[in-house]
Design a protein around this ligand. Sequence first.
Ligand code: SER
Length: 320
Amino acid sequence: MNETIIVIGSNGQIGTELVMNLRAKYGNDQVIASDIRNTDHPIINEGPFELVNVLDKDNLHKVFEKHRPTQVYLLAAILSAVGEQKPKLAWDLNMTGLIHILDFAVEFKTAKVFWPSSIAVFGPHSPKENTPQFCIMDPNSVYGFSKLAGERWCEYYFTKYGLDVRSIRYPGLIGWRSEPGGGTTDYAVNIFHKALANGKYESFLSADTALPMMYMEDAIRATISLMDAPAENLTIRSSYNLGGISFTPAQLSAEIKKHIPNFEISYSEHDPRQAIADSWPKSIDDTYAQNDWDWKQKFDLSSMTADMLKNLKGSIHKTI
Ligand code: SER
């Protein structure tokens, strides 16, 4: 089948890498990047691009009409830290944007939709270690409960309208080709840039804050594997847990020190992102992903750190 794929939110941390990988798999012209802004990122500009605001329903409808996509990836969202500064906008963008896409996917018979959820769907009363797929979920960030509600909508559209929606609860994502935008797990990317540029970093999370994280290469491979899996194998239509690597800022710093012995980490106090991190799991059980679509993670803390540093070295470091 000749695929036409639209990636909405293509200029963000996941979008950039996903567009690159989907274009390698399906061809540049089959993958339409789209975002609310233009970009000069070379990866995005290697193929077609559409300006899209997911809240602008008329324009979005025209884009669906023009391209009649077979697959849509909706990545446009406001993440956890920025969501706390702009709660109503985060809710509106994350929720209304999703419902627009689900409705148009039904109307235009889009074969498959991908929508990312997050470890942020869990809350203070969820089990902290090896958090299971099904448990108490009481997220207390706007981002977290917008993702939890979004999961319910995805499952609802699958059950009620037969829409083939697939989703992953991403851990914090770490990659070198693109920068994160406004999340609680951003420290784990910023630390690499600062380690190479200045040899030191002030972490906004405390030394012993363990969170589930994942190297971008694994995250993209997981996304494409899930989208390629036979529909009948998928038993989860809300969103799949994905485990990743669990570590603290102190552990990541120790790993970086193996490559940059003079690297120094310090810790800020009273950062509002600490409370968000404290409400999230420390590690995740992803048995369903392993069983349903054969998920196997490749990178651990040491191989991820080595690969990040190798790839970031030599590039020009912006201060972030
Ligand atoms: N990485 C995201 C954040 O920190 C969670 O999905 O907001």
